[in-house]
Structures are given as C-alpha cells and as structure tokens.
Design a protein around this ligand. Structure first.
Ligand code: ADP
Ligand code: CP
Length: 320
C-alpha cells in the first residue's frame, strides 16, 4: 500500500530517545535522536505533513529526581514543581529532535523549518487519574530498591511490564490542546512541528484566561491522539520498541497482530492482553483516533520499521 500525501501525527516512544534506558546522558539522547530522525524524514521526504509527539517519562522522572537530590543536599535549592519539569523536558527533547531532524533534512536536500511548541494540555481536575496514579516515570529499579524508595520518599511504585519497578504518578486524560491552533497554522505553512511533548504540560482551566499547571504526566499516546483529531490528521502512527502488538504477550502462546478492527481490539482489551501503562494506552489511542472519523487510520510499529509500516508491510494497523 502506498500512502497518498497525508497529515500524519507520529508519536515517539521511549526508545526513540534513549537507546539504553540505563544511559541517561544528554549526548547519548542526541545520538539516538539522530537515528530517530531518519524514519521521520523518510515521511517528510515523501511529502507528508508530519507532526511529531514524544514521551518524556524517563526524562521528567530524571529531572524530578535531580531536583529532589539537589534540594536534599542544599536547603537553598527549591524542588522544581512537576509541571515545570514537564515543560523543561519538552524543551530538552524538542531541542534534540530539532537538531537531529534539521540535519537529516539538510542531508537530503529538504528545505523545511522545524520548531518545538511548548504545549499545554487541559485536563479535568475531577479526572479519576488523580486518585489512582498509573503513569510510570523515571528509571527502572529492582523490587528491593523500590521498597526503599516507597518507604523513604513516599513514592507510589509499580512493576512495569516485566521490565522492573518504576515510580508512578497521576495520568489524567487530555481534554484540549491549548496551542493546537498555532500548531495547525505552522503545519499548514509547511513547517515541521514538535508538539504535546510528554503528553503536554497538564493544566487546569480556571477561567478568565488562567491555566494552572498540575503535578501529573499525561500519556503521550492519548495526547497524540487528541492533537491528531484537532489537526484533522489522516494517520496516527505510534512508534515504540516492538514491531507488532501481540496477544498472549511474553508467553509461549504469543501471537503478533497485523491488522485488527476496533471491535477485535476491544475484545482483546477485555481479555487483558495489553499491559496498562505500556501497550494498553497505545491500543486505546489508536482505537479512539480510528473511531473519531471515517477514513482515519492508526498504526503501531517499531521505529526501525516505520517506513515499512506505512507502506503496509508490517506493524499493527487498527481499522474501523
Ligand atoms: N500485548 C503487547 N504487545 C506488544 N508489546 C507489549 C504488549 N504488552 C506490553 N508490551 C510492552 O509494551 C512496550 C511498549 O510500551 P512502552 O515501552 O511504555 O512504550 P513507549 O515506546 O511509548 O515508551 C513494548 O516494548 C512491550 O515491551
Ligand atoms: N508522557 C509519556 O507518555 O511519556 P512516556 O511515553 O515516556 O511514558
């Protein structure tokens, strides 16, 4: 299948920014971003309008941990609040993606501008996500290390899809993307835009123009879906570490899925095939986008297979 020129929202997962979760150095992130730029620029080179979203779980967790450690060692250093750390992570990651994609476009003779929009996403202050923290952030720990952090820092920690223990924070659903009109203007003017980084900085709309940042991390797959709807995108592509979504994941019965309908996806969700906090939000976001308007398509695949995925050769396509 060859795509027409489409408006595509690409949601980048953690592996697009950190090849090795244990290597959190900025210079390593920039090297990884340069690899990530290649499949993205493939899409741009084919004439698609590309809007890039990305996660920030490890980065925002590391920022918070760094400020907490600094504050513990020096009482004059205040702990940076969560929304501010979210905004910092957007700038930090956006800066790397801008550099990497700009360089890759230059190498291919593409004359386009790229910019990151610090993006605020409105959430409902009554969202039940605030009562039940689910979003993994920061580094992975052993169970023993996690028990120490729970006791000493009061963190809520959970096991994350067989990969280790992580801190979890509230993850409310996105209601509105404040800067969406600006993103749309830039996209329609032919620019490449990075937006809703880390799911957007979560804010409560208090009226009279006042937006109040709240301590939470919006799932970037849901925020990507929301901006994809608001931009009237044709395609939502969620790029992660696996080539295809699977049922009976990580068991001898594992079966990879190439194409699923929304009805089938709902059935698999009911049967508990997709891990909350990792694959479940991706499948739910993909379904929501497909259901939002006839003709819209979602694809979940790996970063490495992105090009083959949009050519219909691999990945998991979600259809109505
Ligand atoms: N049913 C499933 N099929 C495929 N992968 C799954 C499934 N359930 C959980 N996973 C895990 O979810 C991971 C993707 O989630 P995550 O790492 O949180 O995403 P992101 O790429 O956005 O950082 C996969 O790499 C895989 O380890
Ligand atoms: N905000 C967010 O969803 O980040 P990750 O994708 O890194 O978990």
């Amino acid at each position: 299948m060859v795509l027409q020129k489409n408006r595509i929202v690409v949601a980048l997962g953690g592996n697009a920014l950190q090849a090795d979760p244990k290597d959190t150095r900025a210079e390593s992130q920039l090297i990884t971003a340069k690899e990530t730029a290649k499949p993205i620029v493939d899409l741009i080179a084919e004439g698609h309008e590309v809007i890039i979203a990305h996660g920030n779980g490890p980065q925002v967790g590391q920022l918070i941990a760094t400020y907490e450690a600094a504050a513990q060692s020096n009482e004059n250093i205040p702990v940076m609040p969560f929304p501010e750390c979210g905004a910092m992570s957007q700038g930090y990651i956006g800066y790397h993606l801008q550099q990497a994609i700009r360089e890759e476009m230059f190498n291919r003779g593409l004359e386009k501008n790229i910019a990151t929009i610090v993006t605020q996403v409105v959430v409902d202050k009554k969202d039940e996500g605030f009562q039940n923290p689910t979003k993994p952030v920061g580094s992975f720990f052993s169970e023993e290390e996690a028990k120490v952090l729970i006791k000493e820092k009061g963190y809520t920690m959970k096991e994350d899809a067989g990969r280790g223990w992580r801190r979890v924070v509230a993850s409310p659903e996105p209601v509105d993307v404040v800067e969406a009109p600006i993103v749309k203007t830039l996209v329609e003017a032919g620019h490449v835009v990075i937006t809703v980084g880390g799911g957007g900085v979560p804010v409560i709309d208090e009226g009279k123009g006042i937006l109040k940042g709240v301590p939470a991390v919006i799932d970037k797959d849901f925020a990507s879906e929301k901006i994809a709807e608001m931009l009237e995108a044709d395609y939502l592509i969620i790029l992660t570490a696996v080539e295809k979504v699977a049922i009976h994941f990580n068991t001898p019965q594992q079966q990879e899925l190439s194409e699923i309908t929304v009805t089938e996806a709902k059935q698999y969700i009911e049967e508990g095939h997709f891990a909350p906090g990792s694959m479940l939000p991706k499948v739910k976001a993909a379904m929501k986008f497909v259901e939002s308007k006839a003709g819209r398509r979602s694809l979940i695949t790996s970063l490495e297979k992105a090009k083959e995925g949009i050519e219909g050769k691999t990945g998991t396509i979600i259809t109505q």
